[in-house]
Design a protein around this ligand. Structure first.
Ligand code: HEC
Length: 112
């Protein structure tokens, strides 16, 4: 009986450790996608394939490890622009607060 309760405690500890390791990243990922859907980003973007704009995992791959990528993407998301992925422009996303743009930029960079 005693050994069973130790096993149960060990299992609970292992589960808690696994959950606390996994959940912050998983939460940030789900929150980023929800915000992108809510802010209409996903009408022109998909994570996995080009639509009107580039696939967001291609964006993440392009800027992986680049200094200042989060700041650059935050600005670009707010102001829009063209010429990086083609001639089609992204319109300025005036529906966003700067904090939301920063959240979306950080989320995009996790998608590689
Ligand atoms: C009307 C269509 C449209 C909407 C809506 C849109 N995008 Fe874009 N997005 C584009 C296009 C087109 C490009 C490519 C621009 C370029 O080539 O410089 C782009 C580029 C990007 C890039 C890469 C920028 C770069 O310079 O490499 C990111 C990141 C991005 N969009 C995120 C977002 C987010 C986040 C939202 C929602 C707030 C959003 N987009 C909404 C069309 C759109």
């Amino acid at each position: 009986m005693k050994s069973m309760s130790y096993a149960a405690v060990a299992a609970a500890v292992a589960l808690a450790a696994a959950l606390s390791a996994a959940s912050p990243a998983a939460c940030a990922e789900a929150a980023g996608l929800a915000l992108a859907q809510q802010k209409n980003c996903m009408s022109c973007h998909s994570v996995t394939r080009p639509v009107m704009g580039p696939a967001l995992h291609d964006v993440a791959a392009r800027y992986a490890g680049r200094d200042g990528a989060a700041t650059y993407l935050k600005r670009k998301i707010l102001d829009g622009g063209a010429g990086v992925w083609g001639t089609v422009p992204m319109p300025a996303n005036t529906q966003l607060t700067p904090d939301q743009a920063a959240t979306l930029a950080a989320w995009v960079l996790t998608l590689k």
